[in-house]
Structure formats: C-alpha cells, structure tokens
Design a protein around this ligand. Structure first.
Ligand SMILES: Cc1cc2nc3c(=O)[nH]c(=O)nc-3n(C[C@H](O)[C@H](O)[C@H](O)COP(=O)(O)OP(=O)(O)OC[C@H]3O[C@@H](n4cnc5c(N)ncnc54)[C@H](O)[C@@H]3O)c2cc1C
Ligand code: SF4
Length: 328
C-alpha cells in the first residue's frame, strides 16, 4: 500500500478544508476504498475520515426522510420508517454484502463504490480505460458474463455494483452535496454517469465534493414495493440482474409504477420505457412482459452475457406480478 496521511474531520467545514487538498479522499467505512488501496488501484496521499459527521435519519416536512451520509448501511436498512414506507430500500440493502460489511459501510460510500469488473482490479495484467483512460478495455473481448447490456460504450462495459442505489433510483432520491462552490442537490438519476468515452468519470461530483445527505421524497407508492436480486449464490454475491419495483393499482389497472434495474448498466438503471408502457394498462402478466420487452429493446449482448437480457425480462415480469398479486 502506498503511504498516506490520515485525519478525522469533526464537522462538514473541516471535512471540506481537509478534503480539498491534492490527492485527498474521504474515508467512510473503508470497505471499498481500503481494498482498492491495497490493490494500488487507488493511491490517495491523504485520507479524511468522515465517520464522525452527522449520522441522523430525520423526518422531512411532507413525509420524506433525510439520511446523513455517515449513516451506516445496517442502520438505514433497519430503520422502522424505511422498512415501513420504503421496503424496497431496506430489502436492497439487506441483499448487499454481509452483515459485518453493512455494519461498517456508510450511505455516502455506497454511492461511490467502484465496479467489480475483474479487469479493473487486475492492475498488473489487464488493460482498463477506467483505471487508465485510453488504454483499452480487456473486458469487451474477454470474459464478460457479469458485464453491461444497457448503456455501455466502446470504452467500457462495466456495471455499477450497488444494490442500495437501484432502490434510490426508483425512489427519485436526491443527493445533497457540499463543495467549494457551495451546496447542490442532485436528482439521483443524474448523479451517476454512463461510460461514454470517459469511463473513469463515474459521477458528476467535482474533486473535493462531499456527499452530506440523501433525501428520500415522500413516495406513498413505495409502501408496496420490493427488491429482488438474482445472483450466482444466495448470499455474498453481486447482482447478475436486480429489480426494484413499486406499483399502485386502480380497478385492476396500473395507476402508477416505479421500476429500476441493477447489474445491467454502468449506473443504476431507471426503467423509464417499461414504466411508460405499463401506466394505464391492465395489471396482467402479458402487460408486464410487454413492458419488460420495451425496456430491453436496446439491450446489446456481449460474448458471455446474452442470458442477462432474458433474465431481466423474466425478473421484471415476476416481480411486478408478485406486487400486483399482493395489491389485489
Ligand atoms: C466482500 C464485499 C462484498 C460486497 N457486496 C456488495 C453487494 O452485494 N452489494 C452492494 O451494494 N455492495 C456490496 N459491497 C460494497 C459495499 O457496499 C461498499 O464497499 C460500501 O457500501 C462502501 O461504503 P464505505 O462507507 O465503506 O465506503 P468507502 O470504502 O469508505 O468509500 C468508497 C468511496 O466513497 C468515497 N466517499 C465515502 N463517503 C463519501 C462522502 N460522504 N462524500 C464523498 N465521497 C465519499 C470514498 O472517498 C471512496 O472513494 C461489498 C463489499 C465487499 C468488500
Ligand atoms: S469494462 Fe470498464 S472497468 Fe472493465 S476493463 Fe473495461 S474499461 Fe475497465
């Protein structure tokens, strides 16, 4: 591991001052960053520990929640208001990692965890545009069973690994950021980037920006919601495909719906086409399958991951069917 300085911030102002130094990085639970430092993929000159920053979950006027960036994943997943009002979020978080990792990992760090593409980790032996821009990408012609089927580019076909972020996308969460230019509130769908020709840029954050909180707007529809993760093992594995969904029916028809996918793209994927295809339709298996087909029309398979296209369609159809069945 490359030597680095360590300091602990007592408040946001101190975090911004310390984090503004060249090559500094914020340290949440360290469950991703420290691994990447051990592999020398990340080489920060200084770590600014932000785990002492506010870690509260507070009620917003109008029914939403404000979640401090230092809140641990376990605390958020187990919070009574989250379990009752946003069950898809609680289930997504409990589907991720292990209990020990969730006890350490923070909400802010979860948003910025990096891809699990094995070529990205193989600094010594593989070409990777995300590690070294314009070097090339060994995944495109290599073993790409876990890689993207939507929104990929000729530069990068990696997927975003977070479960939590799939639910946050479906819930229209807002990311609160503070940087040297002041405070910003970013809609979740705009926070992560598709790879384009700069896969090394994964979010719209600027150097030194601190995530201070995540806001969940009031989403009454989310009270009937769920998250299903399909993976190679029943625990401790990243998603091949995952689905976060919420549905509201009226007279047997879909009045409203929220749908997002994980494991399929460089960012958590909001399934806008499927949502549009469903609104106003009868809540039948055929309608759900048609919506899934609409969402996957632009999917592109690589050598090893064509199975993900059918898997995504079947998982969407099954999850919506289950939710609609519960609603009747
Ligand atoms: C074995 C293993 C299995 C896993 N399985 C899953 C899984 O199935 N699903 C899943 O979703 N995740 C999984 N994870 C990932 C885990 O959820 C992430 O490592 C964790 O969420 C990162 O949180 P952290 O607080 O530890 O981040 P850190 O490792 O501390 O930081 C990650 C990044 O975020 C930055 N950062 C942290 N906080 C802030 C902030 N407030 N503002 C700005 N930048 C910040 C850091 O500088 C760093 O770049 C797994 C991890 C491991 C090790
Ligand atoms: S898919 Fe992306 S992360 Fe993986 S090797 Fe290619 S450029 Fe790197």
């Amino acid at each position: 591991m490359t030597p680095f300085d360590y300091s602990r911030a007592g408040d946001v102002a101190e975090a911004l001052r310390l984090g503004g130094a060249a090559q500094a990085k914020f340290l949440g639970g360290g469950t991703n960053l420290v691994d990447l430092m051990r592999e020398t993929i990340e080489r920060p000159a200084a770590l600014v520990d932000i785990t002492r920053l506010p870690a509260d979950i507070t009620e917003r006027e109008g029914g939403g929640l404000l979640i401090g960036a230092a809140v641990r994943n376990t605390a958020l997943a187990e919070h009574p208001a989250v379990r009752r009002r946003y069950p898809m979020l609680s289930r997504a978080m409990l589907a991720g990692a292990s209990a020990q990792i969730r006890n350490m990992a923070t909400v802010g760090g979860n948003l910025l965890q990096r891809t699990r593409c094995t070529y990205f980790y193989d600094d010594a032996g593989s070409r990777c545009n995300k590690r070294n821009p314009r070097q090339g990408c060994d995944a495109i012609e290599g073993f790409n069973r876990n890689h993207a089927i939507l929104g990929a580019s000729e530069s990068c076909v990696a997927t975003h690994p977070s479960d939590m972020c799939v639910a946050l996308t479906a819930l229209d969460a807002v990311v609160h950021v503070e940087g040297h230019g002041g405070k910003r509130a970013l809609p979740f769908g705009d926070f992560h980037r598709l790879p384009g020709d700069r896969p090394d840029l994964e979010t719209v954050l600027q150097p030194g920006d601190l995530i201070t909180a995540i806001e969940l707007p009031a989403q009454p529809i989310a009270a009937r919601s769920t998250y299903r993760k399909v993976r190679d093992r029943s625990s401790y594995a990243f998603a091949l495909v995952s689905v976060a969904a919420a549905i509201e029916l009226e007279d047997g028809r879909v009045k409203d719906v929220r749908l997002a996918l994980g494991g399929v793209a460089h960012k958590p994927w909001r399934a806008v086409k499927a949502e549009q295809a469903m609104r106003g339709r009868e809540a039948t298996a055929d309608a759900f399958r048609a919506a899934a087909e609409a969402e996957l029309t632009d999917a592109v398979a690589l050598r090893d991951n064509a199975f993900k296209i059918e898997l995504a369609k079947r998982t969407i159809t099954a999850v919506l069917g289950e939710l609609a069945g519960d609603a009747r």
